[in-house]
Design a protein around this ligand. Structure first.
Ligand SMILES: [Zn+2]
Length: 81
């Protein structure tokens, strides 16, 4: 009956020819891992044509250690004599 499924287009994130650095908004090739302008590492392109910021593993680890140290400090201060 209806053959609208053939004409229906699904938007793809890979339609962009370039991506933009999230830090300095320089246009970069889709394959680049590092911004040639500001030197920040960039992830894959998003639907908006921006490059994703890659997860900052070092930052997460440092935050986790800081939070853990804080809880140990509180526990130490309240529950030990
Ligand atoms: Zn940049």
């Amino acid at each position: 009956m209806a053959d609208s499924s053939k004409t229906a287009k699904t938007p793809s994130p890979h339609t962009h020819m370039t991506k933009k650095c999230p830090e300095c908004f320089t246009y970069l090739p889709l394959t680049s891992k590092v911004c040639h302008s500001c030197g920040k590492s960039v992830g894959p392109v998003t639907r908006l044509g921006l490059a994703e910021k890659p997860p900052n593993l070092k930052g997460y680890v440092m935050a986790a250690i800081a939070i853990l140290a804080f809880f140990i400090f509180v526990w130490w201060g309240f529950f030990t004599e």
